[in-house]
Design a protein around this ligand. Structure first.
Ligand code: GLY
Length: 393
């Protein structure tokens, strides 16, 4: 009881019940709404018609307009993020024009459940689009697509290993069943489905994946590897390596961000205390190693060249939830500092570009999307702002 009162008091002081609620908390979602309208106008162009099969993916260094990618290929792992941005903007603004655009950008992705799963990113695609859509509309057609998508994602599970295969196309390249840290996020589709009329087996698969990843995907100091490789026949763990980090031995910022978000989310669905404990450990490993008090990491914790706003957005969103789940108000405090930093120059695009944020890194080792605006940074930013608003209500 005493702890509860202290927690509430700290919350008030930190964030909102007092007279010092900071302006950016209410202004940032309005800024996002302005940028969403700019983007939609850019997509309409001179024809006045939007092609809903093409999604805004990035604005590269030196550019001012979105680069679009076709969503009619399962290789476009970011296809769910722009619809997700629209769903969150609709949630915040109540603008029914944005609702119609969110529906229009969601529906073309339904084809993915009518074909064999390509890889684990089916989760990212469906969570951003259909799951947010279902949360806000309760549309039963969306629910059907989500349940079918969960069954499809589950076909990647290898019971010998205990995890989902992340990249079927890369089994030969890695010499085994590969699982990447990013895959933790996609467990949400399985856990949600198990809670909403899908098979109980989906929950067992998600829990097995989270436990196996906990055992083999981290160093003793709770920093993560990007990739774990297993023998597909015996399930034996073979080795760890990186794909998007600076080196096998370093902590790729977005990889650790996926771990923080992933274990927080798995605890939220399962209420298994070991996942909450682990979420705090991987969070503390990240927070203790941040380079300075901006709380925005470089793209890899061994580097000091390019920052990665996308990792900061993912972590900020997760920390708001983690703070609610474990009652540690320090996590909320850190999330607010991150969001406040992101809501100002140099991270905010402002008039220069129609994205929300700049200074993210996609895949540095591949020389791809370095120091740019990227749709998933914007998605987790607006998700974090929406969670914060809900939290402070
Ligand atoms: N899931 C891919 C990435 O984080 O870049």
């Amino acid at each position: 009881m005493k702890n509860g009162i202290l927690y509430l008091l700290s919350l008030c002081l930190l964030a909102g019940c007092s007279l010092v609620r900071e302006e950016w908390i209410d202004e940032a979602p309005v800024y996002c709404d302005v940028q969403v309208h700019r983007t939609l106008m850019e997509l309409r162009g001179d024809s006045g018609h939007i092609d809903y099969t093409r999604t805004p993916r990035n604005i590269l260094d030196g550019e001012t307009a979105w680069n679009l990618r076709s969503v009619l290929t399962p290789e476009e792992w970011t296809a769910g993020f722009f619809p997700g941005i629209l769903w969150y903007d609709y949630e915040n603004s109540g603008d029914t024009m944005v609702l119609r655009e969110a529906q229009a950008f969601t529906e073309p992705l339904g084809y993915l459940v009518r074909q064999k799963v390509y890889d684990h990113d089916l989760g990212f695609i469906m969570i951003g689009s259909y799951l947010n859509g279902y949360r806000l509309t309760q549309d039963t057609e969306y629910k059907k697509v989500l349940l079918a998508a969960a069954d499809s994602l589950a076909t990647l599970f290898n019971p010998q290993v205990g995890t989902l295969l992340s990249w079927p196309r890369n089994v030969e390249m890695f010499g085994g069943h590969n699982t990447i840290m990013d895959n933790m996020l996609n467990l949400e589709l399985l856990l949600w489905a198990a809670d909403n009329g899908g098979s109980e087996r989906l929950r067992d698969i998600a829990v097995s994946h989270a436990d196996t990843t906990m055992a083999y995907h981290f160093r003793p100091d709770y920093t993560s590897y990007h990739v774990a490789v297993y023998d597909p026949e015996t399930g034996r763990h073979l080795y760890n390596c990186t794909h998007q980090g600076a080196a096998d031995s370093t902590m790729w910022a977005r990889g650790q961000a996926w771990a923080i978000y992933g274990y927080t989310m798995v605890y939220e669905y399962t209420h298994e205390p070991r996942f909450l404990d682990f979420a705090q450990k991987v969070t503390d490993a990240y927070l203790q190693r941040l380079p300075d008090d901006t709380l925005i990491p470089y793209w890899d914790f061994s580097r000091s060249d390019y920052r990665d706003a996308s990792a900061a957005c993912i972590v900020a969103s997760a920390l708001i939830r983690l703070s609610e789940l474990c009652g540690n108000v320090a996590y909320l405090d850190r999330a607010m500092t991150m969001l406040q930093t992101l809501s100002a120059p140099p991270y905010r695009c402002g008039d220069a570009r129609p994205a929300f944020l700049q200074h993210s890194v996609g895949n540095y080792p591949a020389g791809s999307e370095i120091d740019c605006s990227i749709n998933y940074a914007d998605y987790y930013y607006i998700e974090a702002l929406t969670r914060l608003k809900r939290h402070l209500k």
